[in-house]
Design a protein around this ligand. Structure first.
Ligand code: BG6
Length: 485
């Protein structure tokens, strides 16, 4: 057996990188709207204004000044505003996905399109209608929507007024948001994920929490865990057939040597980077290693009565994860290279992408096995891909053989995990199936798509869509259920 016959084949996107229409249909501002474009080694910045009117910019790694509010500087470029304009192109784009043979499509919803301030008493009907139209268009082609409820931002108002996830009331506002989604779309969406890459949100600046010390980050994370668990509990009551998953950035790391010091360090890093988050969301309680770390570091999570029970009850149905690259753990200081969101020690056995991300197809099989062995619940690869510069030839063709090679090698390893190891993997949605803005750098020239979008790093271009060579290749992969790579 290779891929199961009902395997989900599709592609993945996120509202803040793809949707655009940032001020249309009653949408409110989101934290991602005040995030400027950047480049490799040029950090993206968040623009803010202080109560005395002075303005500033912080980069990804700074702490936002207290009382700062996000604002838009008309002289700067913010790629989320138009992005690659799914808002106005959704019918055309979905027709192209259907032509490739997708039977699922992963998108995220913009919270501030549905609740412009995040905590309004009533949802914005135009926002709900937009997503309903999108779902209907997908279902017309028998494409299942796979929905990330929240991907890398929050409504600006919640960041400005409440310091977002550090405030426990966020749980109620998120719960209200998810109840509205689950009720409205209960017959149109089956697969949900509560937070994109929750393990990267621990201090992520666009989550709108100003302070980044351990106490604040972990308290905010506790609120996110509860919000996610509550969503699972409520969602199952609204439709018991819902499949509600977590979403984790699977940052695979190998010990550099068999020196037990390297091995121990690798265990610590793996827990810190990813397993803490999946342990809580899959098992339903905080793991002992984290509780001990909290004790050592004086972190005290403020819990209310009933929190533990909510975590226990709200465990997820499946693990969605992204896999792009692996890294190495070493007790020695090593020069770092880039990787998905965090920098990693490079691996001498692996080549790297143009953005310095190590390319490791075998790591896909290893990741699937590690997750399956640890949790024994279904897995869904919801992101994978190669960010690369594409050139458009004089005849309009785009010959992205490098992308085909990367994806074919990774799909082969997924196949091995199913065939040789018996891993329960039920779907694959490669990242940025249509070109969109890079989350890390804010660039357009770092492209992942099967479909090219004419837009540059300054936001110039016609937004015209065209098919790359990989479009035809992926169509064949889907048509043969992964047999012909
Ligand atoms: C994942 C994110 O971390 O990686 C996506 O969920 C992101 O939002 C993707 O776009 C690829 O990263 P980048 O920086 O190349 O866009």
């Amino acid at each position: 057996m290779s891929f199961p016959k009902d395997f989900l084949w599709g592609g993945a996107t996120a509202a803040n990188q793809y949707e655009g229409g940032y001020r249309e249909g009653g949408r409110g501002l989101a934290t991602s709207d005040v995030y400027t474009g950047g480049a490799l080694n040029v950090a993206r910045q968040i623009t803010y204004v202080l109560p005395d009117g002075t303005t500033g910019k912080m980069d990804q790694h700074d702490e936002m000044p207290a009382n700062a509010k996000g604002y838009i500087d008309e002289n700067l470029y913010y790629p989320s505003h138009v992005a690659t304009d799914f808002y106005h192109h959704y019918k055309e784009d979905i027709a192209l996905f259907a032509e490739m043979g997708f039977n699922c499509f992963r998108l995220s919803l913009s919270w501030s399109r549905i609740f412009p301030n995040g905590n309004d008493s009533e949802p914005n009907e135009a926002g709900l209608q937009f997503y309903e139209d999108v779902f209907d268009e997908l279902l017309k082609y028998n494409i299942q929507p796979v929905v990330s409820i929240n991907h890398f931002d929050v409504p600006m108002h919640l960041a400005d007024e409440y310091d977002a996830w550090s405030d426990r009331r966020m749980i109620d506002w998120y719960t209200n948001y998810t109840n509205v989604l689950f009720t409205r779309f209960k017959d149109k969406v089956k697969y949900w994920m509560t937070f994109n890459e929750i393990n990267l949100l621990n201090g992520y600046p666009l989550l709108g929490t100003h302070k980044t010390d351990d106490q604040t980050r972990y308290q905010a994370m506790h609120h996110m865990f509860l919000a996610s668990a509550q969503a699972v509990i409520n969602g199952k009551k609204i439709n018991p057939d819902f499949q509600i998953g977590m979403m984790c950035a699977y940052i695979l790391t190998y010990p550099e040597t068999c020196n037990p010091e390297d091995v121990q360090k690798n265990i610590d890093e793996e827990r810190n980077l990813k397993y803490f988050f999946s342990d809580v969301q899959v098992r339903g309680y905080y793991p002992s290693y984290k509780l001990k770390e909290f004790e050592r570091n004086g972190v005290v999570i403020k819990k209310e009565q009933g929190d533990d029970e909510i975590l226990r009850q709200g465990v997820v149905d499946y693990i969605g994860f992204s896999y792009y690259n692996s890294g190495v753990t070493s007790v020695n200081n090593r020069e770092l290279t880039d990787g998905n969101v965090s920098k990693v020690v490079p691996n001498k056995y692996l080549s790297q992408s143009e953005w310095g991300w190590p390319i490791d197809p075998k790591g896909m099989r290893i990741s699937l096995n590690l997750l399956w062995d640890r949790y024994q619940i279904p897995l869904f690869v919801v992101e994978n891909g190669l960010g690369a510069v594409d050139s458009v030839e004089a005849d309009g063709s785009i010959n992205d053989d490098y992308r085909i090679e990367y994806l074919a090698d990774h799909i082969q390893e997924m196949k091995n995990a199913i065939e040789l190891d018996g891993v329960d993997l039920f779907g694959y949605t490669p990242w940025g199936c249509i070109d969109l803005v890079s989350a890390g750098t804010g660039e357009m020239k770092k492209r992942y798509g099967f479909i090219y979008v004419d837009l540059d790093d300054k936001g110039q271009g016609s937004l015209k869509r065209s098919k790359k060579k990989s479009f035809y290749w992926y169509k064949k992969v889907i048509a043969t259920n992964g047999d012909d790579l």
